[in-house]
Design a protein around this ligand. Structure first.
Ligand code: HEM
Length: 150
């Protein structure tokens, strides 16, 4: 579900033989901007922010931006640094219920609003985020500490 789509490459780890979404939306600067905008929203959202490594926001931004860049056909720097994504497993330690999924998606949609995406690119990205976020749900228990937010 969260595995990479197939990208035909000129050589192993080389340039993609056909343009990828990564290139079409502006390469690494676009994904850096997406991840930074996503975390801007997350920081202002207590339900989300308490889950994240507050002292390593730069690291988290790098991981998300480079994972997504790689997923959409960019260079494989994420895997070089972090190994196989195994995203669902990496999320096991976080309390991800449907409410957290909705929050995550809301912030990612707001982040996509910051990019000048064509409707087809936006749809492709939104479809992937919707499926991936569903795959990350690992509990139906209410969010811990949620009563403090209201
Ligand atoms: C559904 C709600 C989600 C929640 C609440 C959530 C929460 C988190 C948290 C708390 C982290 C740790 C931050 C860090 O240290 O990097 C994280 C990491 C990460 N998340 Fe999510 N996440 C969600 C969905 C997703 C989705 C849908 C994707 C991809 C499309 C994703 C991609 C990542 C990546 C790439 C990392 C870094 C993994 C690593 O290398 O350690 N997350 N997530």
């Amino acid at each position: 579900m969260t595995g990479n789509p197939i990208h035909l490459r000129a050589s192993e780890g080389g340039a993609a033989a056909v343009p990828t979404l990564y290139e079409e939306i502006g390469g690494m600067p676009a994904f850096d901007k997406l991840a930074a905008a996503f975390y801007e929203g997350v920081r202002q959202d207590p339900l989300m922010w308490r889950m994240y490594p507050q002292d390593d926001l730069d690291g988290a931004t790098w991981r998300l931006g480079h994972f997504l860049a790689q997923y959409f056909g960019g260079p494989s720097e994420y895997s070089a640094e972090r190994g196989h994504p195994r995203l669902r497993m990496r999320h096991n330690g976080f309390h991800i219920n449907p409410e957290a999924r909705e929050h995550w998606l809301r912030h990612m949609h707001a982040a996509m609003d910051q990019l000048d995406l064509s409707p087809i690119h936006r749809q492709q990205m939104a479809d992937y985020f919707d499926r991936a976020a569903t795959a990350m749900v690992n509990t139906f228990e209410p969010s811990p500490g949620a009563e403090a937010d209201s």
